[in-house]
Design a protein around this ligand. Structure first.
Ligand SMILES: NC(=O)c1ccc[n+]([C@@H]2O[C@H](COP(=O)([O-])OP(=O)(O)OC[C@H]3O[C@@H](n4cnc5c(N)ncnc54)[C@H](O)[C@@H]3O)[C@@H](O)[C@H]2O)c1
Length: 259
């Protein structure tokens, strides 16, 4: 597939590890220049060691001043911007609503919903100046269904889809495409921790909870970070040139998140 991504300039938030790292690697392999942010200095150093040419800023996406610094540094280093991937997101508390500390609720919304807004408001003028481009917001299957014991996360991820569809309408006339990707459970330590928390909340074993989660997926599988990176590559490429305003699931097919 000819991606047309050679020489394109991308910012990927939380790009040092997990899904963001796979996205950064994949865009770079297609010839794009990539600048990441992350809150983990050691992971940034590890990512830069394996991906020569990767730009990076230590920045928390929920912090207005840090996001400004990220964009100042990235735009200066790359000379402009064509692609923003709003990937940063935290799982938030795993508990019924009456057991959620308001600070934990606010932190989840701040990273998962304020973060994409703070980054988009800086990215849009630069992508407009480049003559158009693409914004990809990483939502979740939790942005499509109710998700018991995960109310702040579900609220934030549904919000990301509303934000996506609205920006697609605002920015379409400028040639800026805006899409959300909804990953299912991605194999790795993060999902292991979430399953452990859900098992504890329900008083069952982690293995039993893992099987319940797998039964929610028609293909009986979790997904890989690379599956999400492949979708980012496709929608940012020339092949995705007419796709905007969509919430695209990469999840092995899920119809419900109720255990
Ligand atoms: N892992 C899954 O199963 C899954 C499923 C659906 C959606 N998602 C979404 O995909 C995205 C990436 O998830 P992941 O599993 O790769 O995450 P992760 O927990 O593996 O973290 C990836 C990186 O995010 C960084 N990070 C954390 N908070 C940050 C912040 N405030 N600002 C900047 N960087 C920060 C971490 O330091 C880490 O390097 C998130 O938006 C998440 O909600 C993940």
């Amino acid at each position: 597939m000819e991606t047309g991504l050679s020489g394109k300039r991308a910012i990927v938030t939380a790009g040092a590890n997990g899904i963001g790292r796979a996205i950064s690697e994949t865009l770079m392999a297609a010839g794009a220049r990539v600048h990441i942010c992350d809150v983990d200095e050691a992971q940034i150093a590890a990512a830069r060691a394996t991906l020569p040419g990767l730009g990076a800023t230590l920045a928390d996406v929920s912090d207005v001043a840090a996001v400004d610094r990220l964009f100042d540094e990235a735009l200066d280093a790359m000379g402009g911007l064509d692609i923003l991937v709003n990937n940063a997101g935290i799982a938030g508390p795993v508990a019924p609503v009456d057991k959620i500390d308001p600070e934990d609720w606010r932190r989840c919304i701040a990273v998962d919903l304020d973060g994409p807004f703070l980054c988009a408001r800086r990215a849009v003028p630069a992508i407009r100046e480049a003559g158009g481009g693409s914004i990809v917001n990483i939502s979740s299957t939790a942005g499509l269904f109710g998700f018991p014991n995960r109310s702040p996360y579900a609220a934030a991820k549904w919000g990301v889809i509303g934000f996506t569809k609205t920006l697609a309408m605002e920015l379409g006339p400028n040639g800026i495409r805006v899409n959300a990707i909804c990953p299912g459970s991605v194999s790795g330590p993060r999902i292991d921790a979430v399953i452990a928390g859900a098992a504890k909340a329900d008083g069952i074993t982690e293995e039993a909870m893992r099987n319940i989660w797998l039964r929610q997926v028609s293909m009986r599988t979790f997904v890989e970070a690379q599956d999400i990176a492949n979708m980012v590559l496709f929608i940012c490429s020339d092949a995705g040139a007419k796709i905007s305003g969509q919430a695209l699931s990469v999840d092995g097919h899920t119809e419900s998140l109720s255990a």
